[in-house]
Design a protein around this ligand. Structure first.
Ligand SMILES: [Zn+2]
Ligand SMILES: [Zn+2]
Length: 145
């Protein structure tokens, strides 16, 4: 997936939306485009800024909720004000570190240790297509000062 172009990721995400019964609108397409190209998770505010005046904030928020319900995107964070949104892809994931003070979110730059556990759980339980999403909470250096 790392080599997949933004266009094919967009197409793939739009397919998933269609299968989930989401109507393909300009706003939906633009939200996905921005999230796919974003270097990291985005807040509603940063997403709104990136979209400019082409989509109103209420529409964006409603669409984000639906996209999250259908597992096209992932919502990070622990309360609405600092919620971050990021794409969810079938064959790749990030685990995150979240500050309980300021709500900042950063992706963990570690080799995920849970993948080994996943394989073990899968072979013990017979479950396939396992996935996990880790969010570690703490106080960032900035807030600790
Ligand atoms: Zn902080
Ligand atoms: Zn992981």
């Amino acid at each position: 997936m790392e080599n997949a172009s933004a266009d094919s990721l967009l197409q793939d995400s739009l397919d998933r939306c269609r299968n989930a019964g989401l109507r393909r609108t300009k706003a939906l397409e633009e939200i996905l485009r921005v999230l796919i190209q974003a270097p990291g998770p985005m807040t509603l505010t940063s997403l709104g800024a990136a979209l400019g005046s082409q989509c109103d904030k209420a529409t964006v928020y409603r669409l984000l909720i639906r996209l999250e319900e259908h597992a096209v995107i992932r919502r990070l964070g622990f309360h609405d004000r600092s919620a971050h949104y990021t794409m969810r892809y079938a064959d790749r994931h990030d685990d995150y570190l979240i500050c309980t003070g300021c709500g900042s979110v950063e992706s963990l730059d570690i080799h995920c240790p849970v993948e080994v556990l996943e394989r073990e759980i899968s072979s013990n339980s017979g479950y396939t297509k396992l996935y996990h999403e880790l969010q570690f909470y703490g106080v960032c250096p900035e807030c600790a000062r």
